[in-house]
Design a protein around this ligand. Structure first.
Ligand code: ZN
Length: 160
Protein backbone atom coordinates (compact mmCIF):
# COMPACT_ATOMS: atom_id res chain seq x y z
CA UNK A 1 0.00 0.00 0.00
CA UNK A 2 1.34 3.40 -0.96
CA UNK A 3 1.32 6.38 1.34
CA UNK A 4 -1.50 8.72 0.37
CA UNK A 5 -4.07 11.00 1.95
CA UNK A 6 -5.76 9.49 5.04
CA UNK A 7 -3.38 6.55 5.36
CA UNK A 8 -1.91 5.86 8.78
CA UNK A 9 1.86 5.83 8.44
CA UNK A 10 4.28 4.46 11.01
CA UNK A 11 7.93 5.33 10.69
CA UNK A 12 11.19 5.34 12.51
CA UNK A 13 13.06 8.57 12.17
CA UNK A 14 16.20 10.36 13.19
CA UNK A 15 16.33 14.13 12.94
CA UNK A 16 19.70 15.85 12.59
CA UNK A 17 20.77 19.41 12.06
CA UNK A 18 23.22 20.47 9.39
CA UNK A 19 26.19 19.51 11.53
CA UNK A 20 24.92 15.98 11.94
CA UNK A 21 23.93 16.49 15.57
CA UNK A 22 20.95 14.31 16.47
CA UNK A 23 18.04 16.50 17.63
CA UNK A 24 15.39 13.83 17.96
CA UNK A 25 14.94 10.16 17.20
CA UNK A 26 12.39 7.39 17.56
CA UNK A 27 15.16 4.91 18.37
CA UNK A 28 14.24 2.79 21.36
CA UNK A 29 10.59 3.86 21.09
CA UNK A 30 7.60 2.78 19.06
CA UNK A 31 7.64 4.17 15.54
CA UNK A 32 5.91 7.52 15.17
CA UNK A 33 2.41 7.14 13.73
CA UNK A 34 0.54 9.90 11.93
CA UNK A 35 -2.25 10.40 9.40
CA UNK A 36 -0.94 11.48 6.00
CA UNK A 37 -2.43 14.79 4.86
CA UNK A 38 -3.49 15.89 8.32
CA UNK A 39 -0.63 18.29 8.98
CA UNK A 40 0.63 16.34 11.99
CA UNK A 41 4.19 16.30 10.73
CA UNK A 42 6.04 19.13 9.03
CA UNK A 43 4.90 19.67 5.43
CA UNK A 44 8.38 19.28 3.91
CA UNK A 45 8.57 15.74 5.25
CA UNK A 46 4.95 14.79 4.65
CA UNK A 47 5.21 15.70 0.96
CA UNK A 48 8.27 13.51 0.43
CA UNK A 49 6.54 10.50 1.97
CA UNK A 50 3.76 10.46 -0.63
CA UNK A 51 3.72 7.20 -2.64
CA UNK A 52 6.31 5.50 -0.42
CA UNK A 53 5.73 1.95 0.84
CA UNK A 54 6.73 -0.18 3.84
CA UNK A 55 10.48 -0.72 3.97
CA UNK A 56 11.34 2.44 2.05
CA UNK A 57 14.17 4.43 3.55
CA UNK A 58 14.48 8.10 2.81
CA UNK A 59 16.87 10.86 3.53
CA UNK A 60 14.92 14.10 3.45
CA UNK A 61 16.38 17.58 3.73
CA UNK A 62 13.80 20.17 4.73
CA UNK A 63 14.39 23.91 4.41
CA UNK A 64 13.26 26.12 7.33
CA UNK A 65 10.31 27.44 5.29
CA UNK A 66 8.90 23.89 5.08
CA UNK A 67 9.77 23.06 8.68
CA UNK A 68 9.58 25.39 11.68
CA UNK A 69 9.88 28.67 9.82
CA UNK A 70 12.36 31.47 10.08
CA UNK A 71 13.25 33.41 13.20
CA UNK A 72 11.13 36.48 13.86
CA UNK A 73 12.53 39.47 15.70
CA UNK A 74 9.13 40.31 17.19
CA UNK A 75 9.25 37.03 19.08
CA UNK A 76 12.05 38.47 21.22
CA UNK A 77 10.46 40.01 24.28
CA UNK A 78 11.97 42.11 27.01
CA UNK A 79 10.35 41.59 30.39
CA UNK A 80 11.17 42.95 33.86
CA UNK A 81 13.49 40.71 35.81
CA UNK A 82 11.24 40.97 38.85
CA UNK A 83 8.71 38.80 37.00
CA UNK A 84 10.99 35.86 37.72
CA UNK A 85 10.79 35.10 41.36
CA UNK A 86 11.46 31.39 41.16
CA UNK A 87 14.18 29.72 43.19
CA UNK A 88 16.16 29.02 40.09
CA UNK A 89 18.82 31.52 39.11
CA UNK A 90 18.37 32.89 35.61
CA UNK A 91 21.07 31.83 33.17
CA UNK A 92 21.28 32.76 29.50
CA UNK A 93 20.31 29.77 27.37
CA UNK A 94 17.95 28.21 29.89
CA UNK A 95 14.32 27.59 28.99
CA UNK A 96 11.43 29.00 30.98
CA UNK A 97 7.67 28.67 30.76
CA UNK A 98 5.82 31.85 30.00
CA UNK A 99 2.17 32.68 29.66
CA UNK A 100 1.14 34.17 26.34
CA UNK A 101 -2.22 35.01 24.79
CA UNK A 102 -2.20 31.53 23.27
CA UNK A 103 -1.40 29.71 26.47
CA UNK A 104 1.80 28.51 28.05
CA UNK A 105 4.84 28.63 25.80
CA UNK A 106 8.48 27.70 26.17
CA UNK A 107 10.95 30.55 25.82
CA UNK A 108 14.71 30.67 25.86
CA UNK A 109 16.38 33.28 28.06
CA UNK A 110 18.59 35.04 25.54
CA UNK A 111 19.88 38.02 27.51
CA UNK A 112 19.98 39.08 31.16
CA UNK A 113 20.52 42.69 32.22
CA UNK A 114 20.23 44.47 35.55
CA UNK A 115 16.52 45.16 35.30
CA UNK A 116 15.38 43.21 32.28
CA UNK A 117 15.41 39.78 30.76
CA UNK A 118 15.11 39.13 27.04
CA UNK A 119 13.08 36.07 26.16
CA UNK A 120 13.17 34.37 22.79
CA UNK A 121 9.87 32.76 21.85
CA UNK A 122 11.03 31.51 18.47
CA UNK A 123 10.77 27.77 17.96
CA UNK A 124 14.14 26.22 18.84
CA UNK A 125 14.25 24.71 15.36
CA UNK A 126 13.37 27.95 13.53
CA UNK A 127 15.90 28.83 10.83
CA UNK A 128 17.26 25.30 10.86
CA UNK A 129 17.55 23.07 7.83
CA UNK A 130 16.47 19.66 9.03
CA UNK A 131 17.85 16.31 7.92
CA UNK A 132 15.55 13.35 8.44
CA UNK A 133 16.48 9.69 8.09
CA UNK A 134 13.17 7.90 7.81
CA UNK A 135 12.15 4.26 7.49
CA UNK A 136 8.53 3.47 6.75
CA UNK A 137 7.45 0.57 8.96
CA UNK A 138 3.71 0.42 8.35
CA UNK A 139 1.04 1.86 6.07
CA UNK A 140 -2.66 1.18 6.59
CA UNK A 141 -6.06 2.75 6.10
CA UNK A 142 -7.12 5.13 8.86
CA UNK A 143 -10.27 4.06 10.66
CA UNK A 144 -13.33 6.27 10.54
CA UNK A 145 -12.81 7.07 14.21
CA UNK A 146 -9.20 8.09 13.66
CA UNK A 147 -10.21 10.45 10.88
CA UNK A 148 -12.89 11.97 13.09
CA UNK A 149 -10.41 12.46 15.93
CA UNK A 150 -7.64 13.64 13.65
CA UNK A 151 -5.03 11.35 15.17
CA UNK A 152 -3.85 7.75 15.20
CA UNK A 153 -5.08 5.30 17.80
CA UNK A 154 -2.87 2.61 19.28
CA UNK A 155 0.88 2.13 18.99
CA UNK A 156 2.76 5.33 18.30
CA UNK A 157 -0.46 7.33 18.53
CA UNK A 158 -3.04 8.13 21.19
CA UNK A 159 -4.19 5.38 23.54
CA UNK A 160 -7.77 6.02 24.56
ZN1 ZN B 1 -8.85 9.68 19.42
Amino acid sequence: MKIAENKVVSMHYTLKDENGTVLDSSEGRDPLAYIQGSGQIIPGLENKLTDKVVGDKLNVVVAPEDAYGTRKEELQQVVPKENFRGDEELVAGMTVQVETNEGVAIAVVSKIEDENVTLDLNHPLADKTLHFDVEVTDVREATKEELEHGHVHGKGGVEH
